[in-house]
Design a protein around this ligand. Structure first.
Ligand code: FAD
Ligand code: SF4
Length: 402
C-alpha cells in the first residue's frame, strides 16, 4: 500500500526569522511581521522595501492602478469616493472618533468575517504593540488608539492559515498592507477585507521614548498624540489635558534620526492598497477623512453609515511655498525659538492650507524629505523604489543638488 502525503504548500516549509535577527530589508525593515512567519518564503517579492510594486498591486486590488494624468490620484490613489466623517457618538479612548474600531466590530457582529487582524498593546506598556486576531468586538475595542510604533501586524498570519479561517478583516498601515496584498492568495481565504490608515513618521519603541522626552513636558503621562491640521502636535495626557507643541518648534536636529529609516523611505503615506482608508488629514479639525477605493471598501463603509455624520471634502490655501521653504530648513536641521514657532503656527493656521490642501502639504513635505533621504542613503534604489506618482509630486519642487 502506498501512503499519500497531502501537498504541503512550499511556504509552509520556510522558517520564520528569530526575533531580533537581521531582516532581508536590513535597516529599511519596518518590522511589518511578515518575516516572523513562514511567509518569509515570499519576502523578495512581497517586502515593500525590497520590491516596490504599488501600481501592480493596485491593479490587483482595485481593478486598475492610479491614473497618472489625474493629479488628485498622484496624491490620494485610486478612489471611488472621499468624504469627511465622524461618529455621532465617539468611542471613548479611540484615536479619533473610532470609525476604524466601529467598522471592525460591525463586521464581526454581522458575521461578515471570523477574525480581525489588529494591534492591542502589551499589558505593561501602552505603546508596545501586540498584534492579535480579534474574534469578538471586545477584543477589537481593546486594540483602539494608535500604537505610534513599528508594529509587526503580519506576525499573526501563520495563525490565520492554521486556524482555517476563511473570511478575514485586516487593519494596518501601508507597508503592512503592501506585503499582505502580495501574499494574500496564499492565505487560504475566501474573502479578505482591508481597512487601512494613513501612516507617517513612525518610530521604534526606543525612538518613541526619545521623541516624547524631547518634545513633551510630561513624557510619562502621554496617552496618545497626533500631528494635527492646526500645525501643532497634540499630546493627550492621562488626566485628559491636551499639550500643544507647534511643528515649527520641534527640535529637528535632535529628532532627525528618531524616525525609522523605513518611514524615511516610504512613499505610501495614504495606504494605496487598502479597500477603505480612514485617517484625518484631508478633513476639517475634529473630523476623520475617508477614502473609498473599491466596492469592498464601499460595502464596509455602508455598514456603519447610520452611526456617522458626514460632509464633502474641501480644499483651500496654497501649500507650495511652505513646502519649498521647509526643504532646506529640514535639511539644515533649523529649529525656531518657541515664541517664533508659536507665532508662525498661528499665522499659518489662519492663512495656510486646509482640507485636502493640508493633506497635500503633508504628503509633499514628507515625500521631498524621503526622496532626499533615499537619494543620500540608497542612491542605487532611488529609481525603482520611488513610485512614479511620488516622482511627479517631488518633481514640483526644487531640491538641493546633493
Ligand atoms: P481607532 O478606532 O482608535 O482604531 C485604531 C486602529 O489602528 C486599531 O484597530 C489598531 O489595530 C490600529 N493600529 C494602531 N496602531 C497601529 C500600528 N502601529 N500599525 C498598524 N495598525 C495600528 N492619519 C492621517 O490622516 N495622517 C497621518 O499622518 C497619520 N499618521 C498615522 C501614524 C500612525 C503610526 C498610525 C498608526 C496612524 C496614523 N494615521 C494618520 C491614522 C489616524 O491617526 C487614525 O489611526 C485613524 O484616523 C483611525 O482613527 P480611529 O479613531 O477610527 O481609530
Ligand atoms: Fe520582512 Fe516586513 Fe521587514 Fe520587509 S519590512 S524585511 S517583509 S519584516
Amino acid at each position: 500500500m502506498t501512503s499519500v502525503t497531502p501537498d504541503v504548500p512550499k511556504h509552509q516549509k520556510a522558517k520564520a526569522l528569530k526575533p531580533g535577527s537581521r531582516r532581508p530589508a536590513k535597516e529599511l525593515c519596518s518590522e511589518c511581521g511578515l518575516c516572523d512567519t513562514y511567509y518569509i518564503h515570499y519576502v523578495k517579492e512581497a517586502c515593500a522595501f525590497l520590491n516596490q510594486q504599488i501600481a501592480e498591486l493596485e491593479a490587483m486590488a482595485h481593478g486598475r492602478s492610479r491614473d497618472l494624468d489625474n493629479e488628485d490620484e498622484w496624491y490620494f490613489g485610486v478612489s471611488q469616493d472621499m468624504m469627511a466623517a465622524r461618529r455621532i457618538e465617539p468611542i471613548p479612548g479611540a484615536q479619533w472618533t473610532g470609525i476604524v474600531s466601529t467598522i471592525a466590530c460591525e463586521m464581526l457582529e454581522r458575521g461578515l468575517v471570523e477574525g480581525v487582524v489588529c494591534v492591542q498593546n502589551s499589558p505593561d506598556d501602552r505603546f508596545q504593540p501586540m498584534p492579535v486576531i480579534a474574534r469578538t468586538p471586545e477584543e477589537v475595542l481593546a486594540a483602539r488608539v494608535n500604537k505610534p510604533t513599528l508594529s509587526p501586524n503580519l506576525s499573526i498570519l501563520e495563525q490565520v492559515e492554521r486556524s482555517g479561517m476563511k473570511r478575514l478583516l485586516a487593519i494596518g498601515v501601508g507597508c503592512q498592507i503592501q506585503a499582505l496584498r502580495a501574499v494574500q492568495a496564499e492565505l487560504g481565504l475566501e474573502k479578505l477585507y482591508v481597512l487601512g490608515t494613513p501612516c507617517v513618521d513612525n518610530v521604534t519603541r526606543e525612538g518613541l521614548q526619545k521623541f516624547l522626552e524631547t518634545t513633551s513636558q510630561s513624557p510619562d503621562t502621554v496617552v496618545h498624540y497626533e500631528f494635527m491640521q492646526d500645525f501643532r502636535v497634540h499630546f493627550k495626557h492621562e488626566d485628559g489635558s491636551i499639550e500643544k507643541v507647534p511643528f515649527f518648534g520641534l527640535n529637528t536636529k535632535k529628532l532627525k534620526d528618531v524616525f525609522a529609516p523605513s518611514c524615511l523611505s516610504c512613499f505610501d503615506y495614504v495606504n494605496s492598497l487598502a479597500d477603505l482608508v480612514v485617517g484625518y488629514m484631508g478633513a476639517p479639525f475634529g473630523w476623520q477623512w475617508i477614502v473609498v477605493r473599491n466596492d469592498t471598501g464601499r460595502e464596509m463603509l455602508d455598514l456603519v453609515r447610520p452611526l456617522l455624520e458626514t460632509q464633502g471634502v474641501s480644499s483651500s490655501g496654497d501649500r507650495r511655498q511652505a513646502v519649498q521653504q521647509s526643504i532646506p530648513a529640514y535639511e539644515k536641521g533649523v529649529t525656531l525659538p518657541m515664541w517664533a514657532a508659536k507665532l508662525m503656527g498661528v499665522v499659518i493656521e489662519r492663512i495656510g492650507p486646509k482640507g485636502l490642501e493640508y493633506a497635500r502639504f503633508s504628503i509633499d513635505s514628507h515625500f521631498t524629505r524621503n526622496y532626499l533621504y533615499v537619494r543620500r542613503t540608497h542612491p542605487e534604489k532611488l529609481d525603482d523604489h520611488v513610485p512614479e506618482f511620488a516622482k511627479r509630486i517631488v518633481g514640483q519642487y526644487q531640491l538641493p543638488d546633493s
